[in-house]
Design a protein around this ligand. Structure first.
Ligand code: AMP
Length: 559
């Protein structure tokens, strides 16, 4: 298909905010597409180049794009940067300079959408020496054959920032409408597949059953919503709730097809080769002709037996050589909490209670090899709170709370499971740098680098943008920009340095070690809670306090 046909659809989708109109536009389009092109066209409308479960990144920065535009269009980088500051979107910048250039050139070849996809996919592959030049060449090749509008969407796709308002819900409804199928059916199949491209292909042939649950083929994992209290867990999950300890390892979906064991991460990456030890445990301690089990793999210290935080074993996931050596050095225990397929039966529609019962029957527990997650079932809030406190004292991250009747719903945050973590004391930090946003937010300072106090020195500890909104209620970008603009001391690209005057209270999930910031620490999932206009800079949180909190969360777990 010609890329310009797709660009027409992008234009139409961008021009309307109405969901139903978007569904109409996409479904009409899908009906006309050849079968063998459906998959890639779906990806491109979603603004991606790989299926959702494939987490390869294009990894093309704004800076590199400025360079590519400069090389490809013979425009000087200063000019491009200036346009970028004005428009806040490199797609729009590309559109303008290419439209201007094209007036002076008579003809270029028509771009093909599969050629666009092919070149962008290659970007994710190049690494190491010479990669930057090769990447730039791939983009300039496309740009040289693109007109202004094509360049706009091309650049936005490469920057993984298409923003034409197409959610997965819109894609789901469009596929259902185009091929006259039931929306729920499409959604269920998409949860199993993790790939709307594949679903569209099968839907067009009315072969949705092609995506059946099968041992050996990964499915998306069930996810948990964040709760902020025990009460909230009961409110959301019912009178009787199952609480489990939340283990800080990594998700492992374990498949046995009667012959081979296969192991997949939460992102559906096949990591079987990296974990021969885990495969051995499963063969030894789980009975069944075939199965899919869900669990968490967690590292432990060989000497003390204490569980270790995830970071210590994360290197095992990527390791491709000397596997046995590293397995010996960083041993792992598998903590199972679910079974979703057993002896050729799909158990996703069985209740948690039934699934857990079966799990207890088929797994013979052995510490430091395979165990089941610890659990209590209670309708008593006080007991639940005591359990939560006990779990935190033992050094775990928190608890998982699960509805006993819930079915296994892969892939989305739909309730049924919640996670409740320890609530860490917020920090009062001063803003030392800020960054202008993109697109609609181009005129606002939307992200803030914050610092703590170390005997009078200000040391950076993180960058926060969550918690401030575009709308009027709560703290807004407009308000923050008004406060920060008069304090600007210098500007580099989109980042400004500001006089340290504005103090904000910042919440977060965890403090981590980090070489990125001068404090040596970084806040994980930081969120602006409020302005602290009542505090002078001399009274902001100290590095010592941050270190104390960091130490208090470190692996005290014992098994
Ligand atoms: P989070 O990564 O903070 O969103 O928390 C959810 C993750 O906790 C899951 O994806 C699992 O990897 C992990 N986890 C640890 N213990 C459990 C458990 N008992 N039940 C379910 N998930 C768990």
């Amino acid at each position: 298909m010609k890329y310009k046909q797709l660009v027409e659809i992008y234009d139409k989708l961008e021009a309307t905010t109405k969901r139903l109109e978007k569904v109409e536009i996409i479904s009409d389009f899908l009906k006309k597409i050849k079968k063998d092109e459906l998959k890639e066209i779906i990806y491109m409308i979603e603004g991606r180049i790989f299926p959702e479960w494939d987490k390869r990144k294009i990894g093309f920065s704004n800076r590199l794009m400025i360079k590519a535009l400069s090389v490809g269009c013979g425009e000087n980088t200063k000019k491009i940067e200036e346009l970028f500051r004005k428009k806040g979107d490199l797609g729009l910048v590309a559109e303008e300079i290419i439209a201007r250039r094209k007036q002076s050139i008579l003809s270029s070849r028509d771009l093909d959408s599969s050629k666009v996809l092919e070149n962008i996919r290659k970007l994710a592959e190049f690494e190491g020496k010479g990669a930057v030049d090769r990447k730039i060449r791939l983009i300039t090749e496309l740009l040289s054959n693109a007109n202004g509008r094509e360049a706009k969407y091309l650049v936005k796709t490469v920057l993984e920032n298409l923003r034409i308002g197409v959610s997965s819900g819109v894609i789901r409804d469009s596929i259902a409408k185009a091929f006259e199928l039931n929306v729920n059916e499409i959604e269920n199949v998409a949860d199993l597949s993790g790939d709307y491209g594949e679903v569209a292909e099968l839907a067009s042939e009315k072969k949705l059953e092609g995506v059946a649950l099968k041992a050996g083929k990964p499915v998306k994992c069930m996810l948990a919503l964040l709760a902020s209290s025990i009460e909230e867990c009961f409110e959301a999950l019912g009178e009787k709730v199952q609480f489990e300890n939340k283990i800080d390892g990594f998700r492992l979906q374990c498949h046995f097809d009667g012959n081979k064991i296969k192991l997949f991460t939460r992102r559906m990456e096949n990591v079987t080769e990296q974990f021969p030890d885990v495969a051995g445990f499963l063969r030894k301690h789980v009975k069944g002709e075939n199965y899919i089990l869900d669990g968490e793999a967690v590292g432990y210290d060989k000497k003390s037996g204490k569980y270790l935080p995830f970071q210590t074993i994360s290197q095992r996931i990527k390791r491709k050589y000397n596997i046995n050596e590293i397995a010996e050095k960083f041993p792992i225990e598998l903590d199972l909490f679910d079974v979703i397929y057993y002896n050729k039966k799909n158990l996703m529609d069985a209740s948690l209670e039934e699934r857990r019962k079966l799990l207890e029957k088929i797994v013979k527990e052995k510490k430091k090899e395979v165990v089941l997650t610890e659990k209590i079932v209670t309708d008593d809030k006080k007991k639940a709170q005591e359990y939560f406190n006990k779990i935190l004292k033992e050094g775990f991250e928190g608890v998982m709370a699960k509805n006993l009747e819930s079915r296994y719903k892969p892939g989305r945050y739909v309730g049924g499971w919640m996670k409740l973590k320890s609530i860490l004391e917020p920090l009062d930090l001063v803003i030392v740098k800020a960054e202008y946003g993109e697109g609609k937010r181009a005129g606002w300072l939307t992200s803030y680098t914050v610092a703590c106090n170390d005997n009078g020195r200000l040391l950076e500890i993180g960058k926060v943008s969550t918690g401030v909104k575009e709308k009027t209620e709560g703290l807004t970008y407009k308000e923050m920009t008004k406060l920060l603009k008069p304090l600007i001391e210098s500007q580099k690209g989109k980042e400004v340095e500001v006089k340290p005057k504005i103090i904000i209270e910042v919440g977060y999930e965890e403090i981590q070690n980090s070489p990125t910031y001068s404090s040596g620490l970084a806040l994980r999932f930081p969120k602006v809670l409020r302005l602290r206009e009542d505090k002078p800079v001399s009274e902001i949180s100290t590095l010592n306090l941050a270190k104390k909190i960091y130490n208090s969360q470190k692996g005290k777990n014992s098994n």
